[in-house]
Design a protein around this ligand. Structure first.
Ligand code: SF4
Length: 116
């Protein structure tokens, strides 16, 4: 069983977030901010990504407008995420910015239509 730090490391390696964090730092957004968002993840590391519950409201991973790599489980109860993503919601303050899957809560969030 992995401890919290091991889970974080596994997620960062799988998602390439370390590279994205460097890119964010170049854009003026501290890499620590991306790491802070990652720390709030609620799931456990899996073989092919980071798993979060699909009923987590007002977060990017469950938002209709999020453009990150994600896969809804067959039973619809969880989402496997493998990286950061773009916000595609024109009503969001993060529109056209890269966000972490657990970013939020956000009032302009809209539930991903794929979630039952
Ligand atoms: S930043 Fe807000 S509106 Fe944009 S994808 Fe994330 S939850 Fe949705």
């Amino acid at each position: 069983m992995m401890d919290r730090n091991e889970e974080r490391r596994a997620f960062l390696i799988k998602s390439g977030a370390a590279i994205a964090g460097t890119m964010l730092a170049i854009r003026g957004i501290p890499a620590a901010l991306a790491a802070e968002h990652e720390m709030a993840m609620t799931g456990a590391g899996g073989a092919d990504g980071y798993v979060i519950q699909s009923n987590l409201a007002q977060r990017c991973a469950t938002c209709e407008f999020w453009g990150g790599p994600r896969r809804l489980a067959r039973d619809g109860k969880s989402i496997t995420v493998t990286g950061l993503g773009w916000c595609n919601n024109p009503k969001s303050e993060n529109y056209q910015k890269i966000t972490s899957p657990d970013h939020g809560p956000m009032a302009v969030w809209t539930k991903w239509q794929a979630i039952p």
